[in-house]
Ligand binder design. Structure first.
Ligand SMILES: O=C(O)[C@H](O)[C@@H](O)[C@H](O)[C@H](O)COP(=O)(O)O
Length: 566
């Protein structure tokens, strides 16, 4: 049974659905979830057909949002119950005009009471599904990077905005490949491969995720080889082992040919491409978060050389050498205040990132005087931390504690504009604290500046430099450097005590107009000199943070000695 309502309202749709259900004798008793399909302006037939087929396994109320934001504001609805709706019921909302901003209120009356909500974007995924107005009310959020115009960039964005409960159909598409790979890999004599490679079309998200999954499982680098002119998805997966080559190669039709060392002949295994319905049904089988997908996604773009791209292409750093640590701190504070004043007059507010450590604290303590001298309106300034120790809120080990008396209590910042990193006192775990801080940053600045070259979010970002060349809590050759998919990461076993920390990541540290690197004392001279020799994040983190407008090293005579030798 199908009924269409024109120029209607959500409550009228809900009432009509109840009537039709009674007329048809359908009930929602069997429905187990509400599936929201956001098909704005795109073809809704394919995803709707897949949802109808999947409803036989997962009886659902399906709400299709087909919004046309350019049309005259209004709402049309099509309601299907009975045979026309598979094993559930369907509402197609053709929302026109600026309804996108109030989609949640439009949808709420139509949700199944006390049932999980799954939102699926068959086409263009939002940058951060959990922050999308419908994603934020959903327990599971399904995207499909392969259907976007730039799948690799979409997957990178999804990685950055990932939250537990997200998944992507590119991941579901390699379920069979992952099963075959595990079986082939476990063919005796099992040995860690000398090399692993995955081949497929350039930028294919399923290939990227398969390679990342293997890299994560095996603790190896996995090569991705591009194959032109081939179908979507993985074309081959090759383990080179001591005993020979274990290979899975796409064969004719939907088959995969498996070659194992010592086998007289290859095995041919049918691996039909999953239909949209099958992919959706697989996703709906689990309403708990797919944490493996989250870990694989985080690993998918974690190559360190990416980190150096965030610093490249910006103005070269300059050096400001003072006669002492204190003088360097005062000089830095003066420049910081001047730049914050510029930012406020240009944009009405300013974002400052402060740091921990000796000279970092001395610089913060010099800011109250500098704010007055440059007439900085403190109520317009946001304060963030580049890193923080994950200890009790009152611990003197906290970076925000070390600047409390000399900086935070000396300046009348506006409530809500000082953004400390959660401490152990918050009850959050370290990972939760990092994710929370990352999302605070995303919400405050959107997700574009951190990922978009040429855009800035912070106005001034200060970093102390360790004797090993670390900045924030990104240490040389430390795996936390590679987790640049989020805005803030958990750092464990920090070489500098205390061991547990939260740190901003490379893309975020490199999203400031002005960067100030603070280093004083002879023990910093080597790190300062090495950082001046070129951008090398893995070995010398301090070399890899640059401001879009300026980068200044605030040094004293003893930390600058390595520079004069050239
Ligand atoms: O939490 C931290 O420890 C700091 O943020 C760290 O990055 C610090 O700035 C450097 O280690 C330099 O510290 P010093 O200036 O004390 O050497």
């Amino acid at each position: 049974m199908i009924t269409t309502l024109n120029d209607t309202t959500a409550s009228a749709v809900d009432k009509k659905m109840t009537q039709m259900r009674e007329t048809f004798g359908a009930t929602t008793v069997g429905s187990v979830l509400t599936l929201i399909i956001v098909a704005t302006g795109e073809d809704i037939d394919q995803p709707l057909q897949a949802a109808v087929q999947a409803s036989h396994e997962h009886p659902s109320r399906v709400i299709v949002v087909d919004a046309d934001t350019d049309a005259e504001t209004g709402l049309d609805a099509e309601i299907r119950v009975g045979r026309d709706a598979g094993a559930g019921e369907i509402v197609i909302l053709r929302a026109r005009g600026d309804v996108m901003s109030s989609l949640d209120t439009l949808i709420t009356p139509l949700l199944l009471p006390d049932a999980p909500i799954v939102t699926w974007w068959p086409e263009d995924a939002p940058s951060s599904p959990v922050h999308d107005v419908l994603g934020s009310i959903s327990q599971r959020r399904i995207t499909d990077a392969a259907s976007s115009s730039d799948p690799d960039a979409t997957l990178k964005r999804l990685r950055r905005g990932y939250s537990s409960g997200d998944s992507d159909l590119s991941w579901a598409r390699i379920t069979r490949w992952r099963g075959l790979a595990a079986t082939a890999y476990e063919t005796p004599p099992i040995s860690l491969p000398r090399s692993v490679s995955v081949a497929g079309p350039a930028g294919d998200p399923s290939v990227r995720l398969l390679a990342a999954w293997l890299a994560l499982e095996l603790g190896l680098e996995v090569d991705i080889e591009t194959v032109d002119g081939c179908p979507a998805g993985p074309q081959s997966l090759v383990f080179e082992r001591e005993d020979g080559t274990v290979a899975l190669r796409r064969g004719e039709g939907d088959s995969v040919i498996i070659s194992l060392p010592g086998d007289q002949e290859d095995q041919r295994v049918p691996v039909p491409a999953s239909s949209l319905y099958e992919l959706l049904a697989e996703e709906l089988r689990r309403l708990d978060p797919d944490e493996v997908y989250g870990e694989v996604l985080a690993h998918a773009f974690s190559k360190v050389e990416d980190a150096s791209t965030f610093a490249k292409g910006k103005p070269e750093p300059t050096d400001a050498v003072s006669e002492s640590l204190e003088a360097a701190a005062v000089r830095a504070a003066d420049d910081v205040a001047a730049r914050l004043a510029e930012a406020i007059s240009a944009r009405g507010e300013a974002h400052l990132v402060v740091t921990g450590g000796t000279i970092g604290t001395a610089t913060a303590d010099a800011l109250p005087v500098a704010f007055v001298e440059h007439e900085v309106d403190p109520a317009a300034v946001h304060v963030w931390w580049g890193d923080e120790r994950f200890v009790d809120a009152d611990s003197e080990d906290r970076n925000d504690q070390s600047v409390r008396v000399g900086f935070l209590e000396k300046i009348a910042f506006a409530p809500g504009k000082v953004h400390p990193v959660p401490s152990t006192s918050s009850g959050m775990s370290l990972d939760e604290a990092a994710a929370w801080y990352g999302q605070e940053l995303d919400r405050a600045g959107g997700d574009r500046p951190f990922r978009t070259r040429g855009e800035a979010f912070f106005d001034v970002l200060l970093l102390g430099v360790g004797p090993d060349g670390h900045v924030a809590s990104l240490f040389p050759r430390h795996p936390a450097q590679q987790l640049d998919g989020a805005s803030a990461v958990a750092v464990v076993d920090s070489p500098k005590p205390p061991p547990l920390r939260v740190s901003l990541t490379w893309p975020v540290l490199n999203s400031a107009r002005h960067v100030g690197l603070l280093a004083a004392g002879a023990e910093k001279a080597d790190a300062v000199a090495r950082a001046h020799r070129g951008i090398d994040p893995w070995e010398v983190p301090a070399s890899s943070v640059r401001g879009l407008e300026s980068t200044t090293w605030y040094l004293d005579e003893s930390s600058a000695t390595g520079l004069r030798k050239g």
